[in-house]
Design a protein. Structure first.
Length: 136
Protein backbone atom coordinates (compact mmCIF):
# COMPACT_ATOMS: atom_id res chain seq x y z
CA UNK A 1 0.00 0.00 0.00
CA UNK A 2 1.41 3.40 -0.92
CA UNK A 3 1.83 6.28 1.47
CA UNK A 4 -0.51 9.27 1.44
CA UNK A 5 1.51 12.40 0.66
CA UNK A 6 -1.20 14.95 1.45
CA UNK A 7 -0.89 17.26 4.43
CA UNK A 8 -3.68 15.81 6.57
CA UNK A 9 -3.62 18.97 8.72
CA UNK A 10 -5.27 21.17 6.05
CA UNK A 11 -9.03 20.43 6.33
CA UNK A 12 -10.04 22.58 3.31
CA UNK A 13 -7.56 20.85 1.04
CA UNK A 14 -8.53 17.40 2.29
CA UNK A 15 -12.24 18.12 1.79
CA UNK A 16 -11.54 19.30 -1.75
CA UNK A 17 -9.73 16.05 -2.54
CA UNK A 18 -12.46 13.98 -0.87
CA UNK A 19 -15.19 15.72 -2.89
CA UNK A 20 -13.33 15.00 -6.12
CA UNK A 21 -12.65 11.39 -5.10
CA UNK A 22 -16.37 10.83 -4.51
CA UNK A 23 -17.04 11.61 -8.18
CA UNK A 24 -14.22 9.53 -9.67
CA UNK A 25 -14.62 5.76 -10.10
CA UNK A 26 -10.88 5.34 -9.51
CA UNK A 27 -11.35 6.11 -5.81
CA UNK A 28 -13.10 4.36 -2.95
CA UNK A 29 -14.91 7.66 -2.35
CA UNK A 30 -17.04 6.91 -5.41
CA UNK A 31 -18.20 3.62 -3.89
CA UNK A 32 -18.92 5.33 -0.58
CA UNK A 33 -21.06 7.90 -2.38
CA UNK A 34 -22.99 5.28 -4.33
CA UNK A 35 -23.66 3.37 -1.11
CA UNK A 36 -24.80 6.54 0.67
CA UNK A 37 -27.09 7.50 -2.18
CA UNK A 38 -28.59 4.01 -2.36
CA UNK A 39 -29.29 3.88 1.38
CA UNK A 40 -30.13 7.58 1.78
CA UNK A 41 -27.58 8.02 4.56
CA UNK A 42 -25.18 10.84 5.42
CA UNK A 43 -21.51 10.75 6.36
CA UNK A 44 -22.24 10.34 10.07
CA UNK A 45 -24.48 7.32 9.48
CA UNK A 46 -21.99 5.74 7.08
CA UNK A 47 -19.12 6.29 9.51
CA UNK A 48 -21.18 4.73 12.29
CA UNK A 49 -21.99 1.70 10.12
CA UNK A 50 -18.35 1.27 9.11
CA UNK A 51 -17.34 1.72 12.78
CA UNK A 52 -15.08 4.68 12.08
CA UNK A 53 -15.02 8.43 12.56
CA UNK A 54 -15.43 11.15 9.92
CA UNK A 55 -11.66 11.59 9.52
CA UNK A 56 -11.31 7.89 8.78
CA UNK A 57 -14.14 8.16 6.23
CA UNK A 58 -12.17 10.88 4.43
CA UNK A 59 -9.03 8.72 4.51
CA UNK A 60 -11.00 5.82 3.02
CA UNK A 61 -12.46 8.04 0.29
CA UNK A 62 -8.97 8.93 -0.89
CA UNK A 63 -7.91 5.30 -1.33
CA UNK A 64 -7.88 3.61 -4.71
CA UNK A 65 -10.92 1.42 -5.32
CA UNK A 66 -9.68 -2.18 -5.01
CA UNK A 67 -10.07 -4.54 -7.97
CA UNK A 68 -13.06 -6.70 -7.09
CA UNK A 69 -11.92 -9.42 -9.50
CA UNK A 70 -8.40 -9.68 -8.13
CA UNK A 71 -7.28 -12.59 -5.99
CA UNK A 72 -5.86 -9.92 -3.67
CA UNK A 73 -9.24 -8.19 -3.18
CA UNK A 74 -9.76 -9.37 0.41
CA UNK A 75 -6.17 -8.53 1.32
CA UNK A 76 -6.40 -5.08 -0.29
CA UNK A 77 -9.66 -4.28 1.52
CA UNK A 78 -8.15 -5.35 4.83
CA UNK A 79 -5.18 -3.04 4.22
CA UNK A 80 -7.50 -0.16 3.34
CA UNK A 81 -9.64 -0.87 6.43
CA UNK A 82 -6.51 -0.86 8.58
CA UNK A 83 -5.48 2.48 7.05
CA UNK A 84 -8.93 4.02 7.71
CA UNK A 85 -9.36 2.49 10.21
CA UNK A 86 -12.79 0.86 9.83
CA UNK A 87 -14.54 -2.51 9.98
CA UNK A 88 -13.04 -4.56 7.12
CA UNK A 89 -15.98 -6.96 6.84
CA UNK A 90 -18.44 -4.10 6.44
CA UNK A 91 -16.19 -2.42 3.89
CA UNK A 92 -16.16 -5.64 1.82
CA UNK A 93 -19.94 -5.81 2.10
CA UNK A 94 -20.26 -2.18 0.96
CA UNK A 95 -18.01 -2.73 -2.04
CA UNK A 96 -19.78 -5.92 -3.11
CA UNK A 97 -23.15 -4.17 -2.83
CA UNK A 98 -22.01 -1.16 -4.86
CA UNK A 99 -20.66 -3.43 -7.61
CA UNK A 100 -23.96 -5.35 -7.71
CA UNK A 101 -26.19 -2.28 -7.66
CA UNK A 102 -24.21 -0.50 -10.35
CA UNK A 103 -24.21 -3.59 -12.53
CA UNK A 104 -27.96 -4.09 -12.16
CA UNK A 105 -28.59 -0.46 -13.05
CA UNK A 106 -26.61 -0.97 -16.23
CA UNK A 107 -24.42 1.96 -15.24
CA UNK A 108 -21.12 0.15 -15.29
CA UNK A 109 -18.66 -1.35 -17.67
CA UNK A 110 -15.75 -3.55 -16.73
CA UNK A 111 -12.41 -2.24 -17.91
CA UNK A 112 -9.26 -4.30 -18.45
CA UNK A 113 -8.24 -4.12 -14.79
CA UNK A 114 -11.58 -5.37 -13.46
CA UNK A 115 -12.58 -2.03 -11.95
CA UNK A 116 -16.06 -0.80 -12.67
CA UNK A 117 -16.33 2.35 -14.71
CA UNK A 118 -19.39 4.44 -15.54
CA UNK A 119 -20.59 3.90 -19.10
CA UNK A 120 -21.65 6.60 -21.50
CA UNK A 121 -25.33 7.08 -22.15
CA UNK A 122 -26.53 5.43 -25.33
CA UNK A 123 -28.61 7.38 -27.79
CA UNK A 124 -31.56 5.81 -29.61
CA UNK A 125 -30.41 3.53 -32.41
CA UNK A 126 -27.42 2.21 -30.49
CA UNK A 127 -25.24 5.26 -31.11
CA UNK A 128 -23.05 6.34 -28.19
CA UNK A 129 -21.86 9.85 -27.36
CA UNK A 130 -18.84 9.49 -29.64
CA UNK A 131 -21.08 8.93 -32.67
CA UNK A 132 -20.11 5.26 -33.01
CA UNK A 133 -22.90 2.83 -33.69
CA UNK A 134 -23.16 -0.27 -31.52
CA UNK A 135 -22.78 -3.48 -33.50
CA UNK A 136 -24.49 -6.70 -32.51
Amino acid sequence: MGKLFVNMNNPKLIQRFVNRARKDTFFLGWALSVYQETHSIDDHQLAQWLECDLNALDRLALCRLPDDKSGKFQHDVKQIAKFGPCNADRLVQLLREVVSISSLRGEVLEDASGLLMAVRDRKPGGEDDSGDTEKE
